[in-house]
Design a protein around this ligand. Structure first.
Ligand SMILES: NC(=O)c1ccc[n+]([C@@H]2O[C@H](COP(=O)([O-])OP(=O)(O)OC[C@H]3O[C@@H](n4cnc5c(N)ncnc54)[C@H](O)[C@@H]3O)[C@@H](O)[C@H]2O)c1
Length: 407
């Protein structure tokens, strides 16, 4: 245990301390297993989920999705620092018996009633909660952004390796949409790409959330936690900007880092999977309302344009140009279940003088459902995880390229 603690950085040691500041060990749960869980197959029980963070995305997407997938998952434990959020979310779960509730994430992670931990707490708590889950020997799903600084990535990576029981699955749901896999096939070879445009310009989420039919409630952070959580977030941002990027902390850089970790990580992680990592950034104009980045790839450039306006539209797409076709992945807001993700293929046909446009929607299943089924496959059948810690670490390299280029 001491060896593990040596590897934890400032954020994580806080988790392992009691109120008096004494460090106490978290014992791996006896039932926790690493590797496939074959006992859950063939009529076995669903995976018992402990969910941390009963906020908007839990209410709008994750609790409903886990509940619909009741043959694969059952929610047995909920955690939030806000007691009202906990009670509200418990009332939304149809698990039988009803989920236990706690304001202490470690208690949930250690519980014998939890096989796997689902983390959708605020960004700055992801690593603390991920550490608690891994130390308890559990598989863990962590919403994007996994982390904002390399020190936190290193902590989680070494715990995953050393404990060697649970595995981390990062929640980049757009990369599990069927249209995304279809686009990968439709594009063919990366060396045929001439230009790519990544766009994500959206209105305030509340416009979609209020029409999602899920009727979530906001409860806020209780006063007594505000100081600690703010200090933790400030520490992470300083570590990212100063230690990783060699940049001074400014309000604009802080805002941009949060935005890149929030909205940006959806687009940038999809871009990475489709195209690999860029060589660098040729230019960037960063304004927290609208930002534009020009990425340099060996054979082409990528413009990434993103931001917010007040038009009730989710204008998110990845458009890939080759000599003979243009493939566009079109995402709609994930907050309204069932809106399609499609690919549109525009191409020449016949002798090259004809043109056709095709719309492909190979599945009506939403990306959150696809993602959850994939996580289940990884846990139960040992399928390889694609959105790993190592994968998420590359995101931070992109953030660094972008922020430094705008300097
Ligand atoms: N994949 C996606 O499509 C998607 C969409 C939205 C949000 N997210 C991610 O999900 C996470 C949550 O987002 P949200 O919009 O639901 O935020 P939110 O603020 O509505 O909810 C966060 C919840 O976590 C709780 N919380 C915070 N710190 C905690 C702690 N230390 N212990 C226990 N509970 C704690 C808060 O009380 C709150 O209820 C964020 O990391 C966000 O980036 C992902």
């Amino acid at each position: 245990m001491e060896k593990l603690l040596d590897k934890l950085n400032r954020h994580d040691t806080n988790l392992l301390k009691d109120k008096d500041g004494d460090i106490h060990p978290i014992k791996p749960s006896k039932r926790a297993t690493w590797g496939p869980m074959p006992h859950l197959l063939d009529g076995g029980r669903p995976i018992r989920i402990g969910l941390i963070g009963c906020g908007e995305i839990a209410q709008v997407a994750h609790i409903p999705t886990l509940t619909f997938l009741s043959e694969k998952f059952t929610i047995t434990y909920l955690c939030d620092i806000n007691a009202d959020a906990l009670a509200f979310c418990a009332s939304r779960c149809s698990s039988s018996p009803p989920p236990k509730t706690t304001q202490n994430a470690e208690e949930l992670c250690r519980s014998e009633d939890v096989d796997a931990v689902f983390i959708c707490s605020s960004d700055a708590s992801h690593i603390t909660h991920g550490v608690a889950a891994l130390v308890a020997g559990k598989h863990v799903f962590i919403e994007k952004p996994l982390a904002l600084c390399q020190a936190d990535i290193r902590t989680l990576k070494s715990l995953e390796k050393d404990i060697n029981k649970g595995r981390v699955f990062v929640g980049y749901m757009r990369r599990y949409a069927s249209a995304f896999s279809d686009a990968l096939k439709a594009v063919g070879r990366v060396d045929e790409i001439r230009y790519v445009k990544v766009r994500d310009i959206i209105c305030p989420n509340s416009i979609f959330v209020n029409q999602s039919g899920t009727f979530p409630k906001k409860f806020g952070i209780p006063e007594e936690y505000l100081k600690e959580l703010t200090e933790n977030e400030e520490g992470i941002i300083k570590s990212a900007l100063v230690d990783d990027m060699g940049l001074a902390v400014t309000p604009k850089r802080k805002a941009m880092l949060r935005l890149l970790g929030g909205l940006g990580s959806h687009d940038l992680s999809a871009m990475r999977e489709l195209l690999g990592m860029p060589r660098g950034v040729l230019g960037a104009r960063l304004d927290p309302q609208m930002w534009t980045v020009l990425f340099d790839y060996p054979n082409f450039a990528v413009t990434y344009e993103s931001g917010f306006n007040n038009i009730p539209l989710f204008d998110a797409s990845i458009e890939i140009f080759t000599d003979n076709k243009v493939v566009t992945i079109k995402y709609d807001t994930p907050y309204v279940k069932g809106l399609p993700t499609t690919i549109v293929i525009r191409e020449k046909v016949g002798d090259g003088t004809g043109y056709q446009e095709r719309v492909l929607r190979s599945s009506y299943e939403d990306p959150y459902t696809k993602q959850m089924k994939e996580w289940w496959e990884c846990m139960v059948n040992g399928k390889e995880i694609k959105t790993t810690i190592e994968d998420a670490a590359l995101e931070l390299d992109l953030f660094k390229m972008i922020l430094r280029a705008a300097d």
